[in-house]
Design a protein around this ligand. Structure first.
Ligand code: ZN
Length: 163
């Protein structure tokens, strides 16, 4: 099937609407492309979608939350989106005095070989809906550069500058 040239263009995935399998290329944030980053998608869940569930290793959720802080958010949305799974607005989490407005943008995690792009709702998916992210992402959160480390902050600041 052909379609008229120029009619359909790739567009930014909308959380909760467009399926994006884990560990496939994530192209929803133009800033990644601007700096030559080709992150992998993690946790772009949508309503009614089947997703892996399970109990992550101890300490995973605790290590993940700081990545979701507003301070480290990239590709912010105009307003926070409700959770596509439970349709509820997720309350802002206060983490040592810093807000994490889940649903308001994206996070980045640095792995050994890859950078991962996830919605900040990921923390809610893990803690409220038992979503179990891919093993290599879990390992990156637990063993890679922590949120707020020099390496992580450098990446986030670069991406944020392309807002
Ligand atoms: Zn939910």
């Amino acid at each position: 099937m052909s379609r008229p040239a120029g009619e359909k263009r790739p567009r930014r995935p909308r959380p909760g609407r467009d399926p994006l399998p884990d560990l496939t290329p994530y192209t929803g944030c133009p800033a990644d492309d601007e700096i030559g980053l080709a992150p992998l998608a993690v946790g772009w869940l949508q309503r009614g979608q089947e997703y892996p569930q399970g109990r992550p290793p101890a300490g995973f959720a605790t290590a993940l939350l700081p990545f979701c802080l507003d301070a480290y958010r990239v590709c912010p949305l105009p307003s926070p989106q409700p959770c596509p799974l439970c349709q509820q607005a997720v309350p802002v989490i206060n983490h040592h005095g810093q807000p994490a407005t889940l649903g308001s943008g994206e996070l980045r995690v640095i792995g050994e070989e890859e950078i991962y792009a996830a919605p900040t709702l990921l923390y809610h998916y893990v803690t409220a809906h038992h979503y179990l992210p891919p093993e290599e992402f879990v390992a990156a959160v637990l063993s890679g550069p922590p949120a707020g480390s020099a390496e992580h902050r450098a990446l986030i600041r670069t991406l944020q500058s392309y807002r």
